[in-house]
Structures are given as C-alpha cells and as structure tokens.
Write a protein that binds this ligand. Structure first.
Ligand code: NAP
Length: 276
C-alpha cells in the first residue's frame, strides 16, 4: 500500500492515516515515507522529527490497532560511523545529525507502538528514478565536468531492485525484528563514482571520461561553500541476519550497479523513442 498515493496522505496526520487504512484495509504496510533532507534537516528539525519519528509512530500504531503487518524502512545514518567493521542490526545508535536522530527515534517509536513490526535499515540507495548519487554522477559526467568526490565516508550502495525484492520477502514471510539490507561489499563515494564512470564508459552510456578527484568531506564542504550535516564516516551494514533468515544473498555492489545502469539505458532509449 502506498501511504502517500494519489490522495497525498500525510503520515503526520493520524486521522488521515486511519482513514486510508480503513478504506484500503491492507494486509501489509511498507512505510518508505520519510523526511530525507539530510542537510536541510539541520534547519528543519521540527519537520524531520514530525515525519520520521511522529509520523512513523502514527503508521505503526495504526497497523498495531488493526493487526496489520508493518515493514518500516530505516537508515545507516542512525549509527555514529566510528566502527571499522560492518554494523550488526543490534549495534548501538549514535547519530550525529538531525536526520539520523529523527530516524533513530522513529525506530524506537515504531517498536513501542507495534511490537511485531519489521524494521529494515538500508544505505546509499540508488535507482534510475528520482534523485540519487548514481544519477547525479552520470549527469555531471555527461556534462563533461571534472568531479571532486568524498573519499572519507565508506558505506555500501543499495540498488532499489534488490532492496524491493527483500522488502517484499520480509512482508510476505511476516519476518519481524530489525535487519539490514544493502548490496554486498563496501566502498567510498569516490570509489563508487570511479566505478560508475568505468561501467558507463564500457557500456557506451558515457562517451568521454572526466577527471574524478578524491577529497575529504571537510574539503568538499569548502569547495561547495556550505556547511554539511554530520554524516557517519563508516556506515557499512551487516546484512547477514536478514539474508540468512530469508534465504537471500546480497549481490556485489558493482554487479548491482551494472544492473541499474542497464535499466537506466533501457529507460533512456524508450524515452528517446517516445520523443521521436
Ligand atoms: N536514499 C537513501 O540513500 C536511503 C538510505 C537509507 C535509508 N533510506 C530510507 O529509505 C526510505 C525512502 O527514502 P528515499 O531515499 O526514497 O527518499 P525520498 O525519495 O525522499 O522519498 C521519501 C518519500 O516520503 C514522502 N514523504 C515525505 N513526507 C511525508 C509525509 N509527511 N507523509 C507521507 N509521505 C511523505 C515523500 O513524498 P514527497 O516527495 O511528496 O514529499 C517521498 O515520496 C526512507 O525511510 C529513508 O530514510 C534512504
């Protein structure tokens, strides 16, 4: 069920959430709705907490009251980023920024309101749709601009296709608990950008390489002339618990990236044909 569907239901509005639950009578709810502006959240903390904590609680309470399964999506940003090995699902939270804190408190609120909920944390999500790192990199590379990309934050990219399949499996099996899902392996944003360019050149969806320079987060903030919200320096998630329970195997991130780039090329070709 899409909470924010054609009627634009706001998850911070308990009456609206109750109304759509009673109208749709879902068997299962997947809550992907969130305030996701990591930097903007520092200035709009009230809104971030309203959506990511209070809205999450409203959805969870509505599910609990109707005995409806809930899968709630959360983030690697709930962690401090001080580890050097992948975060297991029961690792202590320690978000430094407002976005991560609001999502962390959202998880607690969900767990209190709906004991049987599944909470699935993911990281560095990309797809051919909407705004994300892979699409931004491709667009900048195609414009021929040389790039400075952060090299002191490590994480695991996640293709929405594999994430969606996992979330569907969580809902289908009624899995409960807190789990992690990302593509396998890890990289820095810089390494991710280098691989995006390598694959795009190889696939012919990028004609000319640009220069990609690794920079620190602090230097990147200087280059763009604004203060960035704190981000975890290391936020690789250990997906093994969920993978084992569901009988799934995360695929290497570079393989998933290849799948996404192929999908992006197909969509671009279809869009070009429609314009002809
Ligand atoms: N992107 C990542 O790298 C990443 C990483 C880890 C976890 N996550 C988690 O994945 C989930 C989806 O994130 P995303 O990246 O897909 O973000 P997104 O593109 O910003 O999508 C969030 C969605 O939530 C909707 N929304 C915002 N406020 C709402 C409200 N009050 N009521 C109902 N809907 C509302 C937004 O609708 P409008 O656009 O109409 O406002 C948007 O459709 C979130 O829980 C996020 O924390 C994302």
């Amino acid at each position: 069920m899409m909470i924010r569907g054609a009627d634009g239901t706001d998850i911070t509005d308990a009456d609206a959430v109750a109304a759509i639950m009673d109208r749709v009578m879902p068997h299962s709810v997947l809550n992907c709705a969130a305030y996701t502006g990591v930097d903007a959240a520092e200035d709009e903390s009230e809104r971030a907490f309203a959506v990511n904590r209070d809205g999450a609680e409203i959805v969870a309470a509505a599910c609990a009251a109707r005995d409806v399964r809930l899968t709630h999506v959360s983030t690697d940003f709930v962690f401090s980023g001080t580890r050097q090995t992948p975060y297991p699902p029961d690792a202590e939270h320690g978000a430094a920024g407002i976005y991560g804190r609001s999502k962390s408190e959202g998880e607690t609120a969900v767990r209190q309101a709906c004991e049987r909920a599944a909470i699935v944390r993911t990281s560095w999500v990309y797809s051919p749709y909407r705004h994300n790192f892979v699409k931004s990199m491709l667009s900048l590379m195609r414009s021929g601009r040389d790039l400075n990309v952060v090299d002191d934050q490590r994480g695991a990219p996640t293709w929405t296709r594999d994430l969606a399949a996992t979330l569907i499996e969580v809902a289908r099996t009624g899995w409960t608990g807190t789990g992690h899902w990302s593509d396998a392996g890890q990289c820095s944003w810089y390494e991710f950008a280098v691989e995006i360019q390598r694959q795009a050149l190889e696939a012919g969806s990028l004609e000319t390489p640009v220069s990609i320079r690794p920079v620190s987060t602090a230097h990147y903030a200087e280059l763009i002339g604004r203060t960035l919200a704190p981000r975890p320096a290391y936020s690789v998630l250990d997906s093994s618990l969920l993978a084992a329970d569901l009988g799934l195997t995360p695929r290497p991130w570079a393989d998933c990236l290849a799948g996404m780039l192929a999908e992006e090329a197909t969509l671009a070709a279809a869009s070009a044909r429609r314009k002809e």
